[in-house]
Design a protein. Structure first.
Length: 294
């Protein structure tokens, strides 16, 4: 199960389990938890026939994720962090089967995340202009212009990636939130806009009512900026897989790629771990779908 890990990572995992459960612990079969981009480093198991746990191995040390995971538990919106090592790259959490506003109103100091328009400008510079034009987005600045009134206002603590695979429904019907690797201080609508990306037409009005009618216009605008950013991100991911010397192949595939799936179904593939993140055509498909929404 852990063959793809380096020897030092395997040793760190062994030390984590021994430090938490003693030398003579027993365990069941490890189960890989798939969904989104977290494949190959999140596993669940049952230790000593009673402790249901999640093992998370970070690709690089992340002290802020450790800190946010602890704070989320204190606030009652995240699972208990049972163990983390001094290198901050291995975590053991209790496996569990409230609202983000509670997190946003907490007195927690985090590193500031880049504002979304800065992210769009940065990603725009990394993308092939020909690819952008091929998708009918030749003037990103013009696309962004109607939404510039969303200022870089007072920052609040944000999760950074509240997609459905990171939000767990408890038996009590409360929600708990996991994977704080992208947490930071950001615009109040950074998380709300991300959640809005995954809502169905039936649930969207309910969500907007919860946020408040007077904030609906701003939230919809922020969501539009997220669509622009995600479209550029998909182009950049496809570029990376094609590599620089294959730009003509990238442009050719953009021209001929047909939209054969809805955005909702493509999102479901991502959440279920069935999105092939090594296939550039998947990212092109995502970019084309989003380009039509912009």
């Amino acid at each position: 199960m852990f063959n793809h890990f380096k020897n030092d990572q395997k040793l760190a995992i062994s030390k984590a389990l021994k430090a938490t459960f003693g030398k003579n612990y027993t365990m069941a079969q490890w189960v890989l938890l798939q969904g989104g981009g977290s494949q190959h480093h999140v596993y669940s198991n049952i230790i000593n026939n009673k402790h249901s746990i999640v093992l998370r191995v970070l690709s690089s040390p992340n002290a802020q994720e450790i800190y946010c995971t602890k704070q989320a538990y204190i606030l009652g919106i995240g699972p208990k962090l049972i163990y983390h090592n001094s290198a901050n790259d291995v975590m053991i959490l209790e496996k569990i089967a409230k609202q983000l506003k509670k997190w946003q109103h907490a007195n927690i100091k985090l590193n500031k995340s880049p504002f979304i328009i800065d992210k769009i400008n940065y990603m725009h510079e990394k993308c092939s202009m020909q690819a952008i034009e091929q998708l009918g987005l030749s003037n990103i600045k013009q696309a962004v212009q109607p939404y510039l009134y969303i200022e870089d206002k007072k920052m609040v603590p944000c999760h950074g990636d509240p997609n459905p695979s990171n939000i767990l429904l408890m038996p009590s019907q409360d929600l708990q939130i996991i994977d704080w690797s992208n947490a930071g201080s950001n615009h109040p609508y950074a998380d709300y806009g991300m959640i809005m990306q995954y809502l169905t037409p039936e649930t969207l009005p309910v969500w907007l009512k919860i946020i408040g009618e007077n904030q609906t216009k701003t939230l919809i605008a922020y969501n539009k900026l997220l669509q622009i950013l995600c479209c550029l991100w998909a182009i950049e991911q496809a570029q990376n897989l094609y590599q620089a010397n294959l730009e003509e192949q990238l442009l050719n595939d953009i021209r001929h790629q047909k939209i054969t799936i809805s955005l909702a179904n493509l999102q479901k593939q991502w959440l279920d771990g069935k999105f092939d993140n090594q296939d550039p055509k998947k990212y092109i498909l995502l970019a084309k779908i989003l380009a039509k929404l912009i």
